[in-house]
Design a protein around this ligand. Structure first.
Ligand SMILES: C[S@@+](CC[C@H](N)C(=O)[O-])C[C@H]1O[C@@H](n2cnc3c(N)ncnc32)[C@H](O)[C@@H]1O
Length: 274
């Protein structure tokens, strides 16, 4: 059950050698607090590693269908890339002709995004506070992998805030890891060192290593099933209008492992519920 009444505050984590970055505390309305996740992207070494990723291997499947989704569902040009990281997803949208603001909570990631794309618009949003953006001003919100690291209670609050930014015809494209990514091997990822992932339930921490870059510290994600995502969207006032689970065809120039038969990603296309 998703508790939408919790608010999240941040607590600086000093030991970053395990790529735990900045820990986040979840605070419920009664004032109790609970340590529940760490954003491993608030880490300069992870940011440098992440900046080397482009659109190859398993990531190819995450981005392959986005141009068609944008062409079919987006009516204007104003976009927010929520959790833009080092700007890969923002640059991708800009190449599609959109005017994009990339936002993130990790300054180390944003610094690289700005250096790579000096004419781009990249902004720090501490606590994922989106108040600087006018209500009803956005034709598209993309979140690519961002919600993998955000606990359920905070997911609902942020999706509700993102929904407010949409124009009446605006959409959110929520690109997330499928639960299967944490229990299989991939061209870009390995989870074989974390057999406990198989026992994880929605809301539990799961670990996975990105093999596409040299930083072999695992990312700590929050498992979120399709059922949980749908409940979060419902609570956030969003309606699912399309779901894609991209599979490789087999003729791509990548050494697929499971990508031709198991989808590593899930792409939800969302609009405001009527
Ligand atoms: C896996 S990276 C993806 C970056 C980019 N979207 C891409 O496709 O390359 C996830 C990003 O989400 C950011 N993030 C995590 N929690 C966030 C939050 N609550 N608000 C904004 N950004 C967040 C992280 O700092 C990180 O840069």
């Amino acid at each position: 059950m998703i508790d939408s009444k919790r608010e999240v505050v941040r607590l600086r984590e000093t030991n970053r050698s395990d790529c735990k970055g900045e820990r986040e505390l979840s605070r419920s309305e009664d004032g109790t607090q609970e340590m529940n996740f760490a954003n491993c992207y608030k880490d300069v070494n992870r940011a440098n590693a992440y900046a080397t990723l482009e659109f190859a291997n398993t990531y190819y499947l995450a981005y392959r269908d986005l141009p068609e989704i944008v062409a079919q569902h987006v009516t204007g040009t104003r976009a927010i890339d929520f959790g833009c990281g080092t700007g890969r997803s923002t640059r991708f949208l800009r190449k599609l002709g959109l005017t994009v603001t990339g936002v993130d909570i990790a300054e180390d990631m944003l610094r690289i995004a700005r250096a790579t794309d000096p004419t781009g618009d990249y902004r720090l949003v501490p606590g994922a506070n989106l108040d600087e953006f006018p209500v009803g001003s956005c034709d598209l919100v993309l979140s690519a992998f961002t919600f993998d690291n955000i606990p359920g209670a905070m997911k609902t609050r942020i999706f509700r805030d993102l929904a407010k930014l949409l124009t009446p015809a605006g959409i959110i494209v929520s690109l997330v890891s499928s639960p299967q990514i944490y229990t299989h091997e991939w061209a870009s990822f390995s989870a074989k060192d974390y057999p406990e992932n198989r026992l994880a339930r929605s809301g539990d921490v799961v670990r996975i290593i990105t093999t596409d870059f040299a930083d072999r510290r695992p990312a700590e994600d929050i498992l979120c099933t399709d059922e949980s995502y749908r409940e979060i969207y419902r609570q956030a006032g969003l309606e699912v209008i399309r779901v894609l689970t991209p599979l490789a065809k087999g003729d791509e120039p990548y050494a697929w492992v499971n990508e031709t038969r198991i989808a590593p990603w899930v792409i939800y296309v969302l609009k405001r519920a009527t």
